[in-house]
Design a protein around this ligand. Structure first.
Ligand code: CS2
Length: 480
């Protein structure tokens, strides 16, 4: 069978751009998002914005992409059918643990103007409840010890230190993860790391390196083997690196770049002076209900988001959360209509062509809950409202991390704190003790929130209710 590379050569567009970006985190989201916008920018305006994609962990992306020259297919799944596009933005793929010096060489190349990141929440090695760098994180402790870096903060600081020593200018650090004020968070973490190494270096970074914040949005489920087979059947070529995603995409970026940037606006990116209101809207409205659907939907036996919201009670749950608990906490971002935004979200969740597993979204809840749900809960409590729906979502997370589903089957819980959370659940004498043990997890819950009796007592009730009656019945009652 021909490959995606042959297909591209047949079309005659074999000239590749030179590299201008190093990207940490070459997973499906990056391929469906950053690399697509960059392809749009280069098609519209040219420029040497080829991307060196770096995996900090596994060789999977390299093994998929290297044999096909970094080229792959982005498949847009509309309810009416699929649209295929070959993306040529990736010019090299590196695996950091195999050769950290090669990664540092790319990051310190004179031509590198931007280092962007999609390393997921846990890649920041921070404490999600406070946003501080976790100095006890094994990779951070290792990197501060001075060996070849392993963590994203470790690579960023080492590369910036070398650029400074060599008299090269800095690069822009562009966080594209679902974290609140992701640019400020990345900056705080990099500075804290640098300060633990060398105060002068930290001052230099603070004065010279921009960390623009971004809001990123495109639903991109993990690619499966059957997706690769479907693409081969539909298009007649093999592509192990393909990605599938919804048609919708939105990228809002603070326009603060030290050495230029691609014309991402050619793909529709919005450049603004402040991103925070956009980020909060997206994190709380989309990711907040995504996580809610993931835990409650998984417990109710639903495999995907589309299946979950096909149950009218779960669709109503989203609407009730948006209207009653989430939107009232938001500042309206410029150019957005919050009601229309939420209505469109439900349509996106309903897209029957997207198989986004509740299990996938349920991953890493300890890293996701604070910015997706707990901040909204705290704002409601401060305003004197009881956010009963979001409390139900937190109780469902507590059920989920206990590791046993409603039929008694084991749940494959993926979370950096999975063992600790399971031990806390297993050691508890009753439901109240279990809730208290999980609330004592300081990486997730702030002392103020954990100590709020309105929250804690409602959680115990919701947890017991879910355990006694099951998620589907509890959700149906809640929206009745
Ligand atoms: C999802 C997100 O996996 C998850 O936790 O909530 O990846 C979501 O699909 C994206 O943020 C959409 O932009």
């Amino acid at each position: 069978m021909t490959t995606v590379t042959d297909r591209r050569l047949e079309r005659g567009d074999a000239v590749r751009p030179a590299a201008g970006i190093v990207h940490l985190g070459p997973g499906a989201f990056f391929r469906a998002f950053n690399a697509v916008y960059t392809a749009d920018a280069m098609e519209a305006e040219g420029g040497d914005w080829g991307i060196v994609a770096v995996s900090l962990k596994s060789p999977t992306a390299r093994d998929q992409l290297k044999p096909q020259d970094g080229v792959y297919t982005s498949v847009s799944l509309t309810p009416e059918g699929a649209e295929y596009r070959v993306i040529p933005s990736i010019v090299d793929v590196l695996v950091a643990p195999e050769d950290p010096e090669a990664v540092l060489a790319a990051m310190t190349a004179e031509s590198t103007k931007i280092v962007s990141l999609t390393v997921t929440e846990k890649g920041y090695c921070h404490e999600p409840s406070t946003g501080r760098l976790n100095l006890k994180h094994p990779d951070i402790a290792h990197d501060l010890g001075g060996g070849a870096p392993r963590s994203a903060p470790g690579f960023l600081v080492e590369a910036l230190a070398r650029r400074r020593a060599a008299g090269l200018g800095p690069f822009t650090v562009l966080s594209c993860d679902n974290l609140p004020s992701n640019g400020h968070l990345a900056k705080a973490i990099v500075l804290e790391f640098a300060r633990n190494r060398d105060a002068d270096l930290a001052d230099w970074i603070e004065a010279n390196v921009p960390f623009p914040a971004t809001m990123v949005d495109r639903i991109t489920p993990a690619t499966t083997e059957s997706d690769v087979a479907d693409l081969a059947a539909a298009q007649g070529y093999a592509d192990a690196g393909c990605v599938l995603h919804e048609p919708f995409r939105q990228w809002v970026i603070e326009d603060d770049f030290v050495a230029g940037r691609p014309a991402w606006e050619a793909g529709g990116a919005q450049f603004v002076s402040a991103v925070e209101a956009h980020e909060n809207m997206k994190l709380r409205c989309l990711n907040g209900t995504h996580s809610t659907l993931a835990y409650l939907g998984y417990l109710a036996g639903y495999e995907t988001v589309a299946e979950t919201v096909a149950d009218p009670a779960f669709a109503k749950l989203c609407q009730k959360l948006w209207r009653g608990e989430i939107v009232p906490t938001l500042e309206k971002p410029e150019g957005e209509d919050l009601e229309a935004y939420c209505a469109a979200l439900l349509e996106r969740y309903r897209n029957p062509a997207i198989r986004h597993r509740t299990w996938q979204i349920a991953m890493d809840g300890s890293q996701k809950l604070p910015q997706r749900i707990l901040g909204t809960v705290a704002d409601n409590l401060a305003a004197g409202n009881q956010p009963s729906g979001l409390i139900l979502a937190v109780a469902a997370w507590m059920r989920y991390v206990g590791g046993v589903d409603e039929k008694g089957a084991v749940i494959d819980v993926r979370d950096p704190l999975a063992d600790r959370l399971k031990a806390a659940s297993d050691g508890a004498a009753d439901d109240a003790a279990l809730v208290d043990a999980l609330l004592a997890e300081r990486e997730v819950f702030s002392p103020e929130l954990a100590g709020d009796a309105r929250f804690r007592d409602a959680l115990v009730k919701a947890y017991s209710d879910l355990k006694a009656r099951g998620s589907a019945a509890v959700v149906a009652d809640f929206v009745a």
